[in-house]
Structure formats: C-alpha cells, structure tokens
Design a protein around this ligand. Structure first.
Ligand code: SF4
Ligand code: F3S
Length: 86
C-alpha cells in the first residue's frame, strides 16, 4: 500500500483523491470530517499500488509503504489507524 506522509499536513491539496482509481483516499472534500482532518489518508486494504497519486501530489507527500523515509515511519500506522476508526 501507499502512505501519505507529513507534507500533506497543512496542504491537503486533494489532487491525489481525483486521480485514485479505487477511491481509497479519505476524507474527501465532500465528507464531513474533511475540514477537521489534519491530513488525508490512504486505506491500506484498498490501495492497489497503481502509483498515480505520487505524481499528482504537489508536495511529494506520498510514497510506497516500503519507501517511507525513516523520519516518517509512523505515518504507515497513522494512515491505517484512520480506517480502523471509521
Ligand atoms: Fe490510489 Fe493508486 Fe495511490 Fe493507491 S497508489 S492510493 S490506488 S492512486
Ligand atoms: Fe495531501 Fe498531496 Fe493528497 S497534499 S491531499 S497527499 S495531493
């Protein structure tokens, strides 16, 4: 699965949402929790590793799970945890 890392915080550009073919990035701008969400998150159970979101993100927030930099390792769990609470 792919992971949204720290640069999304404060940006939430949402270009990734528009290009994801399986709609596994949430919350989207039309969901009630979008305004309060610190960042967006990729559902690790639904992501098909297509790579489309990586190029779409203007702040390079997204990486494959096995390429998350050391300082952002916690974001693997942060993305997954969002979906356990939905
Ligand atoms: Fe969606 Fe593809 Fe990005 Fe996974 S890699 S979140 S399927 S756009
Ligand atoms: Fe965030 Fe980049 Fe998507 S800033 S909302 S991961 S396009």
């Amino acid at each position: 699965a792919y992971v949204i890392n720290q640069p999304c915080i404060g940006t939430k550009d949402t270009s990734c949402v528009e290009v994801c073919p399986v709609d596994c990035i949430h919350p989207t701008p039309d969901e009630p929790d979008f305004d309060t969400a610190e960042q967006l998150y990729i559902d690790p159970e639904e992501c098909i590793d297509c790579d489309a979101c990586v190029e779409a993100c203007p702040v390079d927030a997204i990486t494959p799970e096995d390429q998350v930099p050391p300082e952002w390792q916690q974001y693997i769990e942060i993305n997954a945890a969002f979906y356990r609470n939905r």
